[in-house]
Design a protein around this ligand. Structure first.
Ligand SMILES: Cc1cc2nc3c(=O)[nH]c(=O)nc-3n(C[C@H](O)[C@H](O)[C@H](O)COP(=O)(O)OP(=O)(O)OC[C@H]3O[C@@H](n4cnc5c(N)ncnc54)[C@H](O)[C@@H]3O)c2cc1C
Length: 458
């Protein structure tokens, strides 16, 4: 459609459901599409990338196809598991108890049980007792909102002590938030403690990690099939350039095509949403621009040998250029990845960090010597592939008074919604939270949007 053509009034009527454009085909956009279609709406998903899934999408490293970023399902991921159940995949989840290591800069320590914890040399016994008490105390706090008023640093220093903060909490905060770690509120660390303690609160002694055979590629394929069967149109390779209010709907431009939709939900990160959505008020643009985002570079490595057998190796040495080692092949059946060993080396960074623009060779040159510091018996010829993926706006940092400054999902333009992962408040970024956000967003929109309200029986 010509962008300058007269605008056809495509306002929804009782006989015709609204036609929704969902911008972004990640897990959030796809779940929103599912819930909208389950509520009788017509939906088209417009995804910029050649395939669906966003952060959860798969990619190919040599002959191995697996998740671009490492993903596990937790026992406590009730909303995600309910979605998998709808897709008839929940029964297939393979659960394992995984191992965790801790690298202090000079040595590697196992960290799998209380005994390991007591032996950990980076903390004194008093520090350990205070740290344990902080975790138990944190896991029992039901409402994280008051913690948004306090910085993570002062809350953790107060409860665990300065030395435990310096030697353990600070490196762990840095591992996710990089140089933004000082800006995080205590609600962030509370959400991490809650996520890892959720299964235990439910009566289980230990958390287990799981995956669906075939990884997220399989989950996404099942979700896409379900959406197509329900009449949802899925368009990939469609980067949306603009969304402009027009009559009672919107002109959505992707590539050289402009189409009319009754309603639009934009699921992209706020800086991208602000580039796309025109006509918003300066105050709400300011709110979106004030959200502090983190970026990530993450290398996938294929090895011809196992590394250490731990799914997670936490690193407290700040001179190591990546923040964790994830040995995915210690969790998944190796037949899933052609008998290879798959490793991820992530590094979270501020959005303007030059590493986000570095090429794979530069990152490999920085990461491999450091990996060999952690695993001195790892030779270069054991590393068969090294490939880097990067995302500039990967997660919003839970800054002080985060909820107070968060823009609402409904924008000032009726029918235009911005629903993105920044609205996951006081919880860590996970697919479980993305699914929950989609469920709640559609439930909330249903009670307010005239498209739903005007329909009989809704
Ligand atoms: C390193 C890492 C590890 C993780 N591990 C786990 C884990 O173990 N377990 C877990 O549950 N969760 C994990 N997560 C979190 C999980 O990946 C996210 O919660 C989820 O994928 C977010 O989905 P989303 O749709 O909100 O965002 P995204 O996946 O980012 O989707 C946004 C989509 O919008 C598209 N887009 C951008 N611009 C445009 C445009 N102009 N037009 C159209 N489309 C556009 C993008 O291409 C993208 O597909 C992890 C995330 C990362 C980064």
């Amino acid at each position: 459609m010509d962008a300058k053509a007269p605008v056809r009034d495509a306002a929804p009527t009782e006989s015709r459901p609204g036609h929704w454009a969902v911008v972004g085909g990640g897990m959030l956009g796809l779940t929103l599409a599912l819930r909208l279609t389950q509520n009788g709406q017509r939906v088209t998903v417009l995804e910029a990338a050649p395939s669906l899934g966003g952060l959860a999408s798969a990619w190919q490293v040599e002959d191995v196809v697996w998740d671009r970023y490492y993903h596990v399902i937790m026992l406590s991921d009730a909303r995600l598991r309910a979605l998998l159940s709808e897709l008839e995949l929940e029964d297939e989840i393979r659960w394992s108890v995984t191992k965790t290591n801790f690298f202090t800069g000079t040595s590697m320590y196992p960290l799998n049980n209380s005994f390991d914890y007591i032996r950990l040399p980076v903390l004194s016994l008093v520090d350990k007792a205070r740290l344990g008490a902080t975790i138990v105390f944190g896991s029992r706090i039901e409402n994280g909102r008051p913690l948004e008023k306090v910085s993570a640093e002062s809350w953790l220093s107060r409860w665990s002590g300065r030395s435990a903060y310096r030697n353990l909490w600070r490196p762990l905060l840095r591992s996710k938030l990089g140089s933004n770690h000082g800006k995080a509120s205590a609600a962030y660390i509370w959400s991490v403690i809650r996520r890892f303690y959720a299964a235990r609160r439910g009566g289980l002694k230990t958390e287990m990690f799981g995956y669906v055979p075939g990884g997220y590629r399989r989950i996404l394929a099942a979700l896409a099939d379900r959406l197509r069967d329900s009449g949802v149109t899925l368009e990939t390779g469609r980067p949306v350039a603009s969304v402009v209010a027009s009559g009672k709907g919107f002109q959505v431009t992707a590539g050289d095509e402009t189409r009319h939709f009754d309603r639009v939900i934009n699921t992209c990160a706020s800086p991208i949403a602000m580039r796309i959505c025109e006509g918003l008020k300066p105050a709400e643009r300011k709110q979106h621009h004030s959200i502090l985002y983190q970026g990530i570079v993450c290398a996938s490595l294929l090895l011809n040998r196992p590394l250490g057998g731990a799914y997670l190796t936490y690193i407290t040495d700040e001179t190591i250029p990546f923040t964790t080692v994830i040995e995915m092949s210690s969790l998944i059946e190796r037949s899933e990845i052609g008998g290879r060993h798959l490793l991820y080396l992530p590094k979270y960074l501020p959005v303007d960090d030059p590493l986000l623009d570095a090429d794979d060779a530069e990152i490999e040159a920085a990461f491999l010597p450091a990996l060999q510091r952690l695993f001195p018996d790892l030779t270069r010829d054991a590393i068969k592939a090294f490939k880097v993926t990067r995302t500039r706006h990967v997660l919003a940092v839970s800054t002080l008074n985060y909820s107070d400054n968060l823009p609402p999902m409904a924008t000032s333009i009726p029918g235009l919604y911005i629903v993105n992962s920044a609205q996951i408040v006081n919880a860590s970024l996970s697919v479980d939270e993305s699914v929950n956000l989609a469920n709640e967003a559609v439930a909330s929109i249903m009670t307010r949007d005239p498209v739903f309200i005007s329909r009989p029986g809704q």
